[in-house]
Design a protein around this ligand. Structure first.
Ligand code: SF4
Length: 264
């Protein structure tokens, strides 16, 4: 299912608004996390973001079960993020939409971004690009900066790892590159999925085909491990060691040999 499925169009299901973030775009930012995702990546570090409905989860700080996800109006979110406007202005920051998958609530997210931009807020997003190109194109018109994931160059493997094929993702990455000048393609490097040097060669070939000459590699981390326990769900990456930049040196060299600029 790729179409937006908002039950309540004047509200969006949000599971967090994280303040003072410095890793999701330039400057100091507030990150709005949309709940609901059409993918099911087996390594997902935000498993509480996947279902598009509120759900119970153990809160280990409060030592109690809490509900993850709350329906919020435009004003709820705008009023909250504007509290930090002075930090955005002083640092060159703004607001980033993340998830889950923000495009799963694309209509609301597009309108919210438009309203925030009208208020002079710099807008960024982190997306899988998994939505119809029409929906995607309207959304990215409201973005100043787009981070988009490319998880596997082979569609069959992409489907095995994420639950969906990659053709639409590739189409939208190419659309974004053609129609927007601030697009950063990111590849999460996941053990037993896309971390082999064979896949690095496949990526190099595919990225050349797509005329993409710069990417970021995101080494696998274990930040989400406890969340699976708190949600009472199985975690396929249990005890799998994290990766670090130095582990990706050979991978990086293969991409660079194909003329691609790589940052980690
Ligand atoms: S796209 Fe992101 S949020 Fe969705 S399942 Fe994959 S890692 Fe999790």
């Amino acid at each position: 299912m790729i179409a937006e499925s908002n039950k309540v169009k004047d509200k969006a299901l949000i599971f967090n608004i994280q303040k003072y973030s410095i890793h999701d775009g330039p400057g100091i930012r507030s990150v709005v996390f949309f709940k609901g995702c059409p993918l099911r990546c087996f390594w997902c570090s935000n498993p509480e973001s996947q279902l598009k409905k509120p759900e119970d989860m153990w809160d280990n700080t409060k030592k109690a079960i809490t509900t993850v996800g709350e329906y919020k109006t435009y004003d709820d979110i705008i009023n909250e993020v504007l509290k930090d406007r002075v930090f955005y202005e002083e640092s060159g920051g703004g607001v980033t939409f993340s998830g889950g998958e923000v495009l799963f609530q694309a209509e609301f997210a597009t309108e919210l971004a438009r309203r925030l931009r009208d208020l002079g807020i710099h807008m960024a997003c982190e997306t899988t690009g998994y939505a119809s190109t029409k929906t995607f194109s309207h959304f990215i018109e409201q973005m100043d900066l787009i981070f988009i994931d490319f998880k596997h160059p082979d569609s069959k493997q992409h489907r095995l790892g994420t639950g969906v094929p990659n053709e639409l993702v590739i189409k939208n990455i190419m659309y974004a590159k053609e129609h927007h000048d601030q697009v950063i393609v990111r590849i999460p490097i996941i053990p037993n999925f896309n971390d082999s040097l064979e896949v690095a060669h496949q990526f190099a070939h595919k990225l050349n085909d797509m005329h993409i000459d710069a990417i970021e590699l995101l080494p696998f981390h274990q930040f989400g491990e406890n969340k699976y326990k708190y949600l009472n769900r199985d975690y396929k990456m249990k005890n799998v060691p994290q990766l670090h930049a130095e582990d990706l040196e050979d991978y990086k060299q293969i991409l660079e040999a194909a003329g691609i600029t790589v940052s980690i």
